[in-house]
Design a protein around this ligand. Structure first.
Ligand code: GLN
Length: 304
C-alpha cells in the first residue's frame, strides 16, 4: 500500500476545503489558530510512519483526551466503570445537559463532556493530580517524554467553563461525582489542554490497533478484549451526535476534539491522526473528516 502517495494526494485534493469550517471560539485561546492549518500521520503497527503537512506540529487535543482518560479509568475499574457512565450514543451535542436530569445524573457515554467528567472524577480519586497521571500515561503510550498540557489553553477555557461546571455540580447532586466538582472540572480542563502532534497521537492510539499492546515496547495497556470494547465505544460515540454519519463515511473507530484533531484506528494495521482546526456544526474537524473518508476510500481499507 502506497500510504505516502495516498497522503500526498489527500493533502492536494483537500486544499479547497482547508479554511472551511469554524475554529472553536468558545475557548478564546483556540480561536487564534488559523483554520487553514493541516497535518496528517499514519503510524503502522510495524512502526512505519507516514506524514503529510504539519504532522509534527502540536495542537490542543481537547476531547481526544477522553479516549486516554477512559482507557486509564477502565484499566482501574474494569466493568464497574459502567455503573456510573453508560455505553450508548447520546444523539446530543458533546456539551449537552438535557439527558442528565431524565437519566439521574448518569451520562450516556464517556466521550461526551458529562461522561468524561465522571471518568476524570474516577482519576481524581485515584491520583493526587489526575491531569499529571494522564500526561504520564500518554507519554508511556506514545513514547514521547516531552508531552504536556498548555497552561494558557487550560486557563482560557477555565474562565468560560460554565457549562462543564454546571454539569459537574448537577451530577454531584445525584451522587455521581465523588470528588469536589470544581476540582474535577479543573483536572478535566487541563487534560483537554494537552498538546500533541498528529504523529504523537497516532502513536498513542496504536495500542488499540494492536490488541491492547504498545507495538514499540510490547507493554500490554489493556487486554485484547478491552481494546475491542474501547474501539467499539469510539465507533458508536467518538464523534458525538455525528457518530452515525461519521462511521458511514469513514468506517473506522475514531475520537475527535474541538482543537480540530481526529484519531482513528484500523485494527491490525494502523492508527491515523488528522488535524485541521475548522470544525463542522457538530464540532468535528470538517477537512479532517473528509481526509479520513478519502483515506478509507483510496486504500479500500476500513473495519467493514
Ligand atoms: N474542552 C472542551 C469542552 O469541554 C472539549 C470539547 C471537545 O473537544 N468536544 O468543551
Amino acid at each position: 500500500m502506497n500510504y505516502s502517495g495516498i497522503l500526498d494526494q489527500i493533502h492536494r485534493d483537500l486544499k479547497p476545503w482547508l479554511g472551511k469550517g469554524r475554529v472553536a471560539s468558545y475557548i478564546p485561546e483556540l480561536a487564534n489558530i488559523s483554520a487553514e492549518r493541516f497535518g496528517m500521520a499514519i503510524v503502522r503497527t510495524t512502526g512505519e510512519v507516514f506524514r503529510t503537512g504539519e504532522a509534527d506540529t502540536r495542537f490542543s487535543i481537547q476531547s481526544i483526551s477522553k479516549l486516554f482518560a477512559c482507557t486509564l479509568a477502565f484499566q482501574l475499574l474494569g466493568d464497574d466503570l459502567w455503573q456510573r457512565v453508560g455505553r450508548e450514543p447520546s444523539g446530543t451535542a458533546f456539551n449537552s445537559l438535557v439527558q442528565l436530569e431524565a437519566e439521574q445524573g448518569k451520562p450516556r457515554n464517556p466521550f461526551i463532556n458529562a461522561g468524561a467528567l465522571v471518568v476524570t472524577d474516577v482519576l481524581c480519586r485515584r491520583f493526587v493530580k489526575a491531569e499529571t497521571a494522564l500526561v504520564e500515561f500518554i507519554r508511556r503510550l506514545s513514547g514521547e517524554r516531552g508531552i504536556g498540557y498548555d497552561a494558557a489553553v487550560a486557563q482560557s477555557e477555565l474562565q468560560h467553563a460554565h457549562r462543564n461546571r454546571a454539569m459537574a455540580h448537577f451530577m454531584a447532586s445525584f451522587g455521581n461525582l465523588k470528588m469536589p466538582p470544581d476540582l474535577v472540572v479543573d483536572a478535566y480542563t487541563r487534560q483537554c489542554a494537552i498538546s500533541m502532534s498528529s504523529v504523537e497521537l497516532a502513536r498513542a492510539a496504536l495500542f488499540l490497533a494492536n490488541r491492547g499492546a504498545v507495538p514499540s515496547t510490547g507493554e500490554q495497556i489493556v487486554d485484547a478484549s478491552s481494546a475491542k470494547r474501547l474501539s467499539a465505544l469510539m465507533l458508536t460515540c467518538g464523534t458525538y451526535d455525528a457518530a452515525g454519519d461519521f462511521v458511514y463515511r469513514v468506517g473506522l473507530p475514531a475520537k475527535s476534539g474541538v482543537g480540530g484533531g481526529i484519531v482513528a484506528v484500523l485494527p491490525g494495521e494502523m492508527a491515523v491522526c488528522v488535524w485541521s482546526p475548522g470544525l463542522d456544526a457538530n464540532g468535528n474537524s470538517l477537512a479532517g473528516t473528509l481526509a479520513l473518508e478519502w483515506l478509507t476510500t483510496f486504500t479500500g481499507q476500513s473495519i467493514f
